[in-house]
Structure formats: structure tokens, C-alpha cells
Design a protein around this ligand. Structure first.
Ligand code: CA
Length: 223
């Protein structure tokens, strides 16, 4: 597989353990004990993933991540201590792909590494992702897991509009305007009809709660 992983961890016992396990699984690894040098290395070379301890003596992991994210989207799994809830939150806010709380089972770390490398490689610029739902706006195809989701043109457009505006409550009028535009001169009921179609094809079919109704305001897809 030849994926290369950078390990930034000052506790040599842990770093060595992770590195041995990863190499056993076929990864190439490099271990660095300082935050400052770890950041330099992660910027210099394109690693497939970085395992980043938060508590580092010179530059802490959160700061390393913040500076790395200004330049690169390399997947990062941060390692935090059990009582460092704030680090976990800060790390995820800054764009960490995942976190592990020490002490952790190596199998779990390996699973997260696999998942995060795969996710990173799999995402295309034209793709909108919501959980297991993937919507490719260029190929105009939607899939849920491995299954294709069969959508009409308007259903597809509405779904894309909702996903592109996620975390925002969108009124029916706005949706009409954004999705149907000039070609439509009816009332906003058509939006409810199409939301219903999407819910049958996605929410109900896969047992998820993707599209929420906000009473008197419209609809929202929340992250
Ligand atoms: Ca440490």
C-alpha cells in the first residue's frame, strides 16, 4: 500500500509502539518528537496521514494543526489525554480528521487510519458528502453507501441546494428561487412535494434523519 504516516509524539515509548505496529501493517512511518520539527516535516513532504500528539514540549499539537491547516489538508489524527476534552474540541474545530484518547487500543487506531486515508483519497472536489450519502455534482450521481440513489433532475438539484447550504434554514421561497428559478410560477407547495420525494428516497429508505423541517421557516440539513 505504501502509505506514509508521520508520527509526532514526544513519548518515545508510544511513538515506537505505534511505528512498529504501523510498519507491521505495511505503512512507512517517520517519527518526530518535536512539534516544531513535526510541522516542518508535514509541510515539506506530502504524508498520507499525520498522527499528532497534543502535549508536545515546544509547539503543542493544536498549534501544529492550526499552522498545517493554513496550507494543507493532510488527514490528521490527534492524540489527547483522557482529561483534555477541550483539546479534542479545538482539534476537531481546526480540522483534525479524528482523535484518539490515550490510552487506546492499537486496532482502533489502525481502523481510524484506514478510514481516514480512504475518506481523504475518496473525496473529489465536485462531491458533496453527508454521512454515507455522496453527491457528485459533475457526474450528477448520488450514492448511499454502495447503492445508487435514483433522483429526478429537480430532486437532484434540490438536494444539492440543501447540501450546499447546510446548517442554514432555507425558506420555501428561497428554494423555489434557487432550484426552480424563472421557470416556475406556482406556489411554494411544490417545494414540500419535492422534499417529500427526497425523504422517501433517502431519509426513509436508509433510516436517517437528513432533512429537518423548521416550523414556519423552511428546511435544513444539519451537519
Ligand atoms: Ca506528549
Amino acid at each position: 500500500m505504501d502509505n506514509e504516516i508521520l508520527i509526532v509524539e514526544d513519548e518515545s515509548r508510544i511513538a515506537r509502539f505505534i511505528s512498529l505496529e504501523l510498519e507491521h501493517e505495511g505503512y512507512k512511518t517517520k517519527s518526530i518528537i518535536s512539534g516544531r520539527e513535526g510541522l516542518e516535516e508535514a509541510l515539506k513532504k506530502d504524508y498520507d496521514l499525520v498522527i499528532l500528539d497534543v502535549m508536545l514540549p515546544d509547539l503543542n499539537g493544536i498549534e501544529v494543526l492550526r499552522r498545517l491547516r493554513q496550507v494543507k489538508s493532510t488527514p490528521v489524527i490527534i492524540l489527547t489525554a483522557r482529561d483534555q476534552v477541550m483539546d479534542k474540541v479545538a482539534g476537531l474545530d481546526l480540522g483534525a480528521s479524528d482523535y484518539m484518547t490515550k490510552p487506546f487500543a492499537i486496532e482502533e487506531l489502525l481502523a481510524r487510519i484506514r478510514a481516514n486515508i480512504k475518506k481523504h483519497v475518496g473525496i473529489r472536489a465536485s462531491e458533496l458528502v453527508f454521512g454515507r450519502l455522496r453527491v457528485d455534482t459533475e457526474a450528477r450521481k448520488a450514492t448511499y453507501g454502495d447503492e445508487p440513489v435514483d433522483l429526478s433532475k429537480k430532486e437532484f438539484d434540490l438536494l444539492v441546494y440543501l447540501l450546499e447550504n447546510r446548517n442554514i434554514v432555507i425558506s420555501r421561497e428561497k428554494m423555489l428561487d434557487g432550484v426552480w428559478g424563472f421557470e416556475f410560477f406556482g406556489n411554494t407547495n411544490v417545494v414540500d412535494v419535492y422534499i417529500r420525494y427526497l425523504r422517501v428516497k433517502i431519509d426513509e429508505k436508509y433510516g436517517i434523519n437528513m432533512i429537518e423541517t423548521v416550523r414556519g421557516a423552511g428546511y435544513i440539513i444539519r451537519e
